[in-house]
Design a protein around this ligand. Structure first.
Ligand SMILES: Cc1ncc(COP(=O)(O)O)c(C=O)c1O
Length: 376
């Protein structure tokens, strides 16, 4: 068996090569590289897919999150509740927007924010007379967070709900897609994401007209008319080449989601037999994951990872060190032991190869090798 990469991006490109190359060439020849017809069309198509009023193409998922926080004009130095078990972007933008992150623990079997910990964190801050202005909730590895319950909580407390759906575009609870529960949401089209391009790009979704208008201004340097600046903005544009690629990829997106789902189901079916040594992810009823990553939990992670590596199987650890224990966030005064579930999972999680065109025999080889490890 040849090597199985964690994500084979070249394989994905090969599937759509002809269509993509033709379209990219068309854009190159058109002379329109920014704010053109592909951008408009992608925004229209994806707003429609999410069943939301506004979609704004931006340069990355990180900038999408930043632009939302900036446009909301939340009071400076107020608190934003956020999981520690996420990619650093989710938290770095809070600081860039002049706000203070407050880390919340997660549920062991879904890897997503724990409602109990969320409520407890809110009460802790309230006792200290600290104002909480927002929550940035992440639907991690593709699985929706408990968004309905979080939305109710936010409405009760009068705080803004912002969704980081960078790993979960296409996921849903019942028929409602993630990205439509809060005031706004941010997605990423980074090459490894469920809907991806071959570079950096992202999108903001909202049903709030004023917010959408403000984000459009902020992503163009805060310019309200040509060369007239009313706000401190950024260069946060998406470009036409990425939009044209995404329009092609989107045609096959539902098919790819189904392929990902079938892979996740096969992994779960086979690896569940290795319980309790191997714990597979749990999907609550009615929760449809976009299966961007497939992550198991094992006590002997280091040895299993090395064993798989020797057999040619690449795996990754998302995330090895929680954000509340990262050097950059030491001033926030979180300590080892503060978020026990997050800290435990950081020691146990292991993500296995997952991409729509992972072959049946490759999946069988991966699961067979894991079984071999536990039979030794
Ligand atoms: C949960 C999460 N948030 C934010 C981001 C940032 O997206 P981007 O890399 O497009 O800036 C990513 C992806 O890398 C992510 O996984």
């Amino acid at each position: 068996m040849k090597k199985i990469p964690f994500i084979d991006l070249k394989r994905n490109y090969q599937v759509y090569k002809k269509e993509i190359e033709e379209k990219v060439l068309e854009v190159l020849k058109s002379g329109v590289y920014l704010n053109g017809p592909n951008t408009k069309e992608l925004e229209r198509v994806l707003a429609n897919y999410l069943n939301i009023s506004y979609a704004i193409g931006v340069s990355s998922g990180t900038e999408a999150l930043f632009l939302i926080l900036k446009a909301l004009e939340l009071p400076k130095n107020t608190y934003v509740l956020v999981p520690s078990f996420t990619f650093v972007s989710t938290v770095e933008v809070i600081i860039r927007a002049g706000l203070i992150p407050y880390f919340v623990d997660i549920e062991e079997n879904t890897y997503n924010i724990s409602l109990e910990s969320l409520k407890e964190s809110y009460e802790n801050l309230k006792k200290k007379r600290k104002k909480v202005s927002a929550i940035v909730v992440v639907s991690l590895f593709g699985l929706p967070a408990p968004l309905k319950e979080i939305k109710d909580f936010c409405e009760e407390k009068g705080i803004k709900l912002i969704e980081d759906i960078c790993q979960a575009f296409g996921a849903k609870i019942g028929t409602q897609k993630v990205g439509t529960f809060g005031i706004a949401s941010a997605t990423s089209f980074y090459p490894t994401k469920p809907l991806s391009t071959f570079g950096d790009a992202g999108m903001v979704f909202t049903s709030d007209k004023t917010l959408a208008k403000k984000i459009r201004i902020l992503k163009e340097h805060g310019q309200t008319k040509p060369y007239y600046y009313e706000y401190h903005g950024i260069n946060g544009r998406i470009d036409e080449i990425h939009c044209s690629i995404l329009l092609i990829k989107f045609k096959y997106f539902e098919k790819e989601l189904k392929l990902r789902k079938a892979i996740a189901e096969k992994y779960i079916k086979i690896l569940s037999n290795l319980f309790p040594q191997v714990k597979v992810p749990y999907f609550p009823e009615n929760y449809e994951s976009s299966n961007s990553l497939f992550t198991i939990r094992v006590k002997e992670r280091k040895r299993l990872k090395q064993f798989l590596e020797k057999k040619g199987i690449e795996t990754k650890v998302y995330y090895d060190r929680p954000l509340h224990l990262q050097p950059i966030y030491k001033d926030l005064n979180f300590r080892n032991g503060d978020l026990p579930v997050t800290e435990k999972l950081c020691k146990e999680v292991l993500s296995l190869p997952m991409y729509p065109y992972l072959k049946e025999e490759e999946l069988e080889y991966i699961t067979f090798t894991i079984e071999e490890f536990y039979k030794k």
